[in-house]
Design a protein. Structure first.
Length: 190
């Protein structure tokens, strides 16, 4: 789903309504530009809705006759929890065994960014990254692990500061072959 054409104005109006609803005055000096800033911020944080996977990776797939494991680890990401629209953030680790095709290194981070810049659940994010790379590269196997801290759990609700969530998707030989999976986990330090 793509953002509406007049999204900026709609988001600014919603921000003004929210400020009024919590008892603030949107005309107060410190808040006058807040609706505009909020609109720009939320549009940036959700820009994944207006991006296409094909546009990100189309010219970065290369034929390469290798079947050795490739790992890109500690890819930082920031996302918004779809339940509270509060940030969660962490790192993504991706490993795959090519089947004649490899992807340019920076594109792994761009794929993570594409899906993390939407309202998300960590579980879905992990699957979306794994499925997109699997569908595009057709590797022998792929593993994606995401480790994240969720502010919705840290600063509200149960307020557990040291909690973290880990999600994992293993496809192909990463799922079927314990030694492949173990090598991936060892190399990313898990």
């Amino acid at each position: 789903m793509k953002p509406k054409k007049n999204a900026a104005a709609d988001i600014e109006n919603a921000a003004k309504m929210m400020l009024t609803a919590i008892g603030e005055n949107p005309k107060r000096e410190g808040l006058v530009k807040t609706p505009q800033r909020f609109s720009e911020s939320i549009q940036f944080l959700t820009q994944g809705y207006s991006q296409k996977l094909e546009d990100i990776i189309s010219k970065a797939i290369f034929n390469e006759n290798t079947r050795d494991m490739v790992i890109v680890k500690d890819i930082e990401f920031y996302s918004l929890c779809e339940h509270h629209i509060i940030p969660f953030f962490g790192v993504c680790h991706i490993g795959y065994i090519p089947n004649g095709r490899v992807l340019g290194l920076s594109k792994f981070a761009r794929v993570v960014e594409l899906f993390s810049r939407r309202l998300q659940l960590q579980e879905r994010l992990t699957h979306e990254v794994a499925d997109a790379l699997s569908d595009t590269l057709k590797p022998l196997g792929i593993g994606v692990i995401i480790e994240a801290k969720h502010l919705c759990m840290m600063m509200r609700g149960v307020e557990k500061q040291n909690s973290a969530m880990i999600t994992s998707v293993m496809l192909g030989c990463f799922r079927k072959n314990a030694s492949t999976r173990d090598e991936f986990l060892r190399l990313i330090g898990k």
